[in-house]
Design a protein around this ligand. Structure first.
Ligand code: NAI
Length: 243
């Protein structure tokens, strides 16, 4: 199958978890993937996959985004798809959250994707085509207890809707997914929350956590031309947890 044949695709956070699952899947569907991540060691591993190239990117840096998007454009002549997937989590309760904590989460989870949209839209508008998919979180939709994390993902939701309204006239689509808890390295480190995880699984209609490939499959559809009239859409992928 080649549902993304020849699509030049940047996946942020492409060196781990859901981003790595997307890099593998998208490359297998014919895309040329630029896995853009801050983790150089993991980037080197993911770049061993055919049609996947690793590029160092700190999504919270305006300058860095300008360099990476220019490098991709100079090499390939276009940027077809951006997946704004990189993010960090925090389990701190409101009484523990400092100003620095708040700013860091927002700088990476909300300002980062905004910068991605800012920089790729320049090239996509010119080409009069493009597809952007953002990874928000179920915590942007329902009360989850993750205060500043939820806020950063809610901010991304609003940024994405505004961008969809702005960029539709240029044939640039912007959609967002809202995963529930997915078994990735981000979640694997939450060993002290085992009881809470078990309770979450019990409260999930499908009675299990998600797998990175299940999110990657949904994002593949939204990113591809199969979704050519879909923009501003919000797709929850959480086994029914927020239903
Ligand atoms: P992960 O921790 O496995 O992967 C995240 C990747 O983002 C890592 O490779 C990391 O190096 C990269 N990254 C972090 N800061 C960066 C920066 N400043 N610049 C560039 N890259 C950076 O996490 P996972 O679970 O695959 O998460 C992917 C996205 O999905 C994140 O935005 C996360 O918030 C979101 N999400 C995760 C859920 C889960 O249960 N795993 C649930 C809902 C949303």
């Amino acid at each position: 199958m080649a549902r993304l044949k020849d699509k030049i695709t940047i996946i942020t956070g492409g060196a781990s978890g859901m981003g790595a699952a997307m890099a593998k899947l998208f490359a297998s569907e014919g895309a040329t993937v630029i896995a853009a991540d801050i983790n150089k060691d993991n980037l080197a591993k993911i770049a061993e996959i055919g049609n996947v190239e690793g590029m160092n990117l700190d999504v919270s840096s305006d300058v860095n985004w300008a360099e990476v998007t220019k490098a991709v454009y100079d090499k390939y002549g276009r940027i077809d798809i951006l997946i704004n997937n990189a993010g960090i989590s925090s389990e701190k309760s409101p009484d523990q959250i400092t100003e620095d904590d708040w700013c860091l989460l927002h700088k990476i989870n909300s300002f980062g994707p905004f910068l991605g949209i800012k920089h790729v839209s320049k090239y996509m508008k010119e080409a009069r085509k493009g597809s952007i998919v953002n990874t928000s979180s179920y915590t942007a939709i329902i009360g989850s207890g993750f205060n500043h994390y939820s806020a950063s993902k809610g901010s991304l939701r609003a940024i994405a809707r505004a961008a969809a309204a702005d960029l539709g006239q240029f044939n640039v689509r912007v959609n967002t997914v809202f995963p529930g808890v997915v078994e990735t390295p981000m979640v694997a480190k939450l060993t002290e929350y085992k009881e809470a995880m078990d309770a979450l699984v019990r409260a999930t209609p499908m009675q299990r956590l998600g797998q990175p490939e299940e999110v990657a499959n949904a994002i593949l559809f939204l990113a591809s031309d199969e979704a050519s009239y879909i923009t501003g859409a919000e797709l929850v992928i959480d086994g029914g947890y927020s239903a």
